[in-house]
Ligand binder design. Structure first.
Ligand code: ADP
Ligand code: MG
Length: 207
């Protein structure tokens, strides 16, 4: 069961991995966008960490809510509102529950991913963060139904996320800034798919 404290540790691990990879993510974005993805997110998660320290949250849902608000208010670009929506929907679905198990996490993520889809109007296969998020959600739902443990399921999810991240290379972007490049967006990993993959790695590492 993931408690409030564990949720805080997970968000801290995400902030760390984004900070460590901000140049990598921005280099990916330089190839098919405007080169700001990693710097955007690193600034966002710095704001998240500061806010979480200033007002310690009472439950996992409150951790997600603070994360969402900090991302929305500090990240420019498409990814701020999208990741902000993801965490905000997860917060709403978590309510005031004191802990989250695998089935609970899959249920929260379902709401979060639905939010990203509604906000960005993208579907699977458009070379966005959803190309990692949707398959991972489906895998976690199956693992939860099969009664798997959280750590084992998240490790499987990381393996799948890496394949999906790399798979975005073969896709022509039809949403977001990269879509302006059309055919020339092919051959590059989508930065948002890469950041979603890093976040999952951070979650798995904390379980
Ligand atoms: P911007 O494109 O405004 O500079 P970022 O560089 O921070 O924003 O984020 C780019 C990432 O956002 C892309 O790599 C992609 O994964 C994601 N993205 C862009 N548009 C959408 C969308 N409509 N739906 C889902 N994800 C999107
Ligand atoms: Mg960008």
């Amino acid at each position: 069961m993931v408690t409030t404290e564990k949720t805080l540790a997970i968000i801290g691990a995400i902030a760390k991995v984004i900070e460590e990879n901000k140049q990598y993510l921005s280099d990916l974005d330089q190839a098919i966008g405007d080169g700001d993805h990693g710097f955007n997110l690193a600034r966002g998660f710095e704001a998240v960490s500061a806010k979480l320290q200033a007002q310690p949250p009472a439950n996992p849902g409150a951790v997600f809510k603070t994360t969402a608000m900090a991302l929305i208010s500090s990240v420019g670009g498409a990814s701020g509102p999208l990741y902000g929506t993801l965490f905000l929907k997860m917060a709403a679905a978590a309510g005031d529950k004191e802990g989250i198990d695998l089935a609970g996490f899959a249920a929260l993520l379902k709401e979060g991913v639905k939010g990203v889809q509604e906000r960005g109007k993208a579907v699977l296969g458009e070379k966005t963060m959803l190309d990692v998020q949707i398959p991972v959600l489906e895998l976690l739902e199956k693992e939860a139904a099969a009664g798997s443990g959280g750590k084992a399921a998240l490790e499987k999810a990381v393996t799948l996320a890496r394949q999906c991240r790399d798979g975005t290379k073969d896709i022509i972007a039809t949403k977001g800034r990269a879509s302006y490049l059309g055919e020339r967006s092919r051959g590059h990993i989508d930065p948002g798919a890469a950041s979603s993959c890093l976040m999952l790695e951070a979650i798995a590492g904390e379980l």
